[in-house]
Design a protein around this ligand. Structure first.
Ligand code: SAM
Ligand code: SF4
Length: 487
């Protein structure tokens, strides 16, 4: 990890990618440097006792939406009487919630399943959830016959009945119907973070980016009714959460299915109005649906965090057209100009793919020039990875792995310099920080600013976790800030 300080900036996109494919400049999610094969945290009581003695281990690969799906799956299991354990060896049910956005992510799942070849014989039940489950379907039973449950995210609502079949001893249980208008809502969600809560407001994706598996693995776009979203936000505030992050693959394409017909920007303001909520974030925004009303909402309500993640993917209009991103470089830059004109500074981060089929040196140079022009606060960068069923799979002029790696390195170095300068410009600035970490070193803490930077700071105070403090920035590296608490 580059930079003077040892904690990377936090981001919103929180994708789950093999570390070697990701920019060292990117901001990782959940207060962690890119580490997506998180194990279960220490937890958690059973609820109804339907399955006395049953235990589950749930490992999650992938984006924040997968993380949050896992929190809801854990809620379903707890309410069936399961107890969560921290090791697969101690579990009667071992579940993998998977990611297939890039090839290596999918490979990782099969290699993990290989490690559990002997578990079924030992009486353990193995299940595969999420994008790889949806993509590979029953093929998983052929490749890993010790698996008993395969369930894509669009079928999570059926989990209780699928689990009932698994509990009854069925060997090949599937939930693979992708054609749904339902969202996954649970009475119980077992959340990982005590201060910041995820809340999915729109599932699936109706865009058709030529490289992307999400529309195939997560099904069509379906939004959750605004009343139900707001009810959950009020419940979160009652539980003591002060920060909520609204999630969706294209969160700003939100379309309220209820008679209120709330626009996304109205929903943002309504969430921020819930007493007890202090910070509201949202990710990921699609540039096509990013309008002036969202910027106006950010300007009018300081509880809406001053950060927008707006993936561009390429700086070349020609490549954007091939990618079917539905905007040109200039149209994207108009959205950036809107954000830059806002009454308060708003951090902007993005995603970029290098080495898309047919991307020339000149196209890549346009991506580099876009970085210089926009001056992003951080970016996630990826080498193009050919994915099953996607239109780009059959596109000519594939770029060699070697060339993709070279472009990725150039891109990352360019961004590293930009980030270094932007962060250095923050020295002597005061930020409000939500404290989320305590270092082993005495008086050392860490947390996040509203603009989603990680800041490591000193304070003589005790018991700061979960509180908001004012921190003066005294140092900066490309990936984080350093400072001291001001009382
Ligand atoms: N919906 C978001 C958007 O439109 O920007 C992105 C969601 S996707 C899960 C996260 C990121 O993964 C994308 O922004 C893209 O940069 C990257 N990605 C998706 N498919 C990819 C592929 N086939 N190869 C490389 N990167 C990919
Ligand atoms: Fe994938 Fe494009 Fe949908 Fe994002 S908008 S999830 S990149 S298809």
């Amino acid at each position: 990890m580059a930079g003077t300080f040892d904690i990377s900036l936090d981001s919103l996109a929180g994708r789950s990618v093999p570390a070697e494919d990701v920019s060292s400049e990117c901001l990782s999610d959940s207060l962690q440097p890119i580490r997506k094969d998180r194990k279960a945290p220490k937890t958690a009581p059973c609820a109804t006792g339907m399955r006395d003695g049953a235990t589950f281990f749930l490992e999650t690969f992938g984006c924040q939406m997968n993380d949050h799906d896992s929190e809801k799956v854990a809620g379903v299991l707890l309410s069936r009487g399961y107890r969560q354990v921290e090791s697969p060896d101690a579990a009667s049910l071992v579940l993998y919630n998977t990611c297939s956005i890039r090839e290596k992510a999918a490979q990782k799942v099969f290699s993990r399943l290989g490690e559990y070849r002997t578990k079924q014989a030992a009486g353990q039940v193995i299940g595969v959830l999420g994008c790889v489950a949806q993509q590979e379907g029953e093929e998983i039973f052929a490749r890993a016959p010790w698996v008993s449950l395969v369930c894509g995210s669009a079928s999570y609502r059926k989990l209780p009945e699928l689990l009932a079949q698994v509990e009854a001893g069925h060997q090949r249980v599937t939930g693979l119907n992708n054609d749904t208008d339902e969202t996954f809502e649970t009475p119980v969600t077992r959340r990982d973070n005590p201060w910041r809560a995820y809340l999915t407001i729109i599932e699936g994706c109706d865009k058709a980016c030529a490289y992307c598996v999400v529309p195939f693995t997560r099904g069509p776009e379906r939004s959750r009714a605004s009343d139900s979203v707001l009810k959950e936000v009020r419940e979160l505030a009652d539980l003591g959460y002060s920060e909520v992050q609204l999630l969706g693959q294209t969160v700003n394409s939100y379309a309220d299915p209820s008679s209120r017909r709330m626009r996304f920007s109205e929903l943002l303001l309504a969430v921020a109005d819930v007493p007890g909520m202090r910070r509201v974030r949202f990710t990921t925004s699609h540039p096509r649906d990013f309008g002036a009303d969202i910027v106006a909402a950010l300007e009018s309500q300081p509880k809406l965090c001053n950060h927008v993640h707006l993936p561009v993917q390429s700086g070349s209009t020609k490549v954007l057209r091939e990618m079917v991103r539905t905007y040109t470089r200039d149209e994207y830059l108009e959205k950036i100009a809107m954000l830059r004109k806002a009454k308060r500074p708003i951090a902007i981060t993005t995603d970029i793919i290098v080495g898309f089929p047919g991307e020339t040196e000149a196209d890549f140079a346009e991506t580099l020039s876009l970085l210089e022009e926009v001056q992003y606060d951080a970016l996630f960068s990826f080498k193009y990875s050919p994915r099953p069923n996607t239109p780009s799979l059959s596109m000519p002029d594939a770029i060699s792995e070697e060339e993709k790696s070279r472009r990725l390195a150039v891109l990352q170095e360019t961004q590293r310099e930009i980030q270094g300068k932007r962060n250095a410009g923050m020295i002597n600035t005061m930020f409000e920080v939500l404290v989320s970490g305590k270092s082993r070193r005495e008086n050392q803490w860490s947390g996040h600013t509203s603009c989603h930077r990680v800041i490591n700071f000193t304070s003589q105070e005790q018991n700061l976790l979960g509180t908001y403090v004012q921190v003066l920035v005294t140092g900066a590296g490309p990936n984080s800030l350093a400072g001291e608490q001001v009382t």
